[in-house]
Design a protein around this ligand. Structure first.
Ligand code: ASP
Length: 311
């Protein structure tokens, strides 16, 4: 028995802007990523391999804000964050602010397996990827016209990441997209893993790091649960979202679904922490809660039932 869930970001997904063709493209990309992870889990592969493969598939798709298609910083660059964690061993690896590595999630795994560290940032992280032969790409590879247009709109409106929380409220702003990607899995041995990858937030100040690569905030896995988050990173960092779900299960005895509900709806939502998460527990139960208008997501539960949804 195994289970897998993935997300392609939560946020204000304006129904009017999602044409039937675009929606079909999103659903196809989510299905492809789900198939990539499921195929590995079905062969008995470790959860860590499955979440990495799932996230790589989403990083390679320009529809999502990770890898190819990552959003722009205020100064017109891409700075990508990624992390993964293996629940059984509690080993973790992460990169922040990488600009060249084609698949940041692979660089995160290198940090975990090839260094004594957990988090590497900026040129040193790209350098590690280069040293180990991971494909690097020029800035044009990560460029998408849509993300560039979003940046121009955000600059024209004078919005930077720091004043999103003020006015206008992110929920009212259709351009404030959060298309981070992530995956969580429970493998046939009962081991759990989580992986998350993002370009961050449009028009973010350069060198800004979000919740994604921070172990315990945007990404977490232990023997009890695996969590991957998407949403307004500053809120997720301060709420230590991934670890809080694990703690509610451990200290309060809450079920996975209840712990996720408390964090996403009772804790994040009231303070404006827009977003959601995907989670799996050791029994293979899945939870995919969000407090935003939508969250691109797909899952395959322990009974083998697949689901793809946006709203
Ligand atoms: N959480 C990400 C960040 O703040 C953004 C996202 O989820 O889209 O960097």
């Amino acid at each position: 028995m195994f289970a897998l869930a993935l997300h392609g970001g939560a946020g204000t997904i304006a129904r009017a802007s999602l044409t039937p063709t675009l929606e079909a493209n999103y659903r196809a990309a989510l299905a492809t990523a789900l198939a990539a992870g499921t195929a590995l889990l079905a062969q008995g592969a470790p959860a860590l391999d499955a979440v990495e493969a799932t996230v790589r598939s989403l990083e390679d798709c320009p529809l999502f804000n990770a890898g190819r298609g990552a959003v722009f910083t205020h100064d017109g660059h891409h700075e990508m964050d990624a992390a993964l964690m293996d629940g059984a061993s509690r080993r973790a690896g992460a990169v922040a602010g990488v600009r060249q590595v084609q698949n940041p999630i692979r660089a995160a795994r290198l940090v975990m397996e090839q260094t004594e560290h957990v988090l590497l940032a900026y040129p040193g992280a790209d350098e590690l990827a280069r040293e180990h032969g991971l494909p690097l790409q020029p800035a044009e590879y990560f460029f998408t016209q849509q993300r560039f247009d979003q940046l121009q709109e955000a600059i024209a409106a004078g919005r930077t990441q720091l004043d999103h929380a003020a006015s206008p409220a992110p929920a009212a702003d259709p351009n404030w997209k959060k298309g981070t990607v992530g995956a969580v899995a429970r493998d046939v041995r009962g081991h759990l893993a989580a992986a998350t990858s993002t370009g961050g937030m449009t028009n973010k100040r350069y060198s800004r790091i979000g919740d994604t690569p921070l172990i315990g905030a945007g990404t977490w896995a232990d023997e009890r649960c695996a969590i991957s988050c998407t949403g307004h990173g500053e809120y997720f960092i301060r709420a230590v979202v991934g670890y809080d779900v694990a703690c509610l299960m451990e200290y309060k005895g809450l079920s996975l679904a209840e712990a996720c509900r408390v964090v996403v709806h009772d804790k994040l939502a009231p303070v404006g922490g827009e977003g959601g998460l995907i989670a799996v527990d050791a029994a293979g139960n899945l939870a995919l809660p969000f407090n935003s208008e939508g969250m691109y997501r797909a899952s395959r539960n322990a009974a083998g039932e697949a689901q793809i949804a946006i709203y």
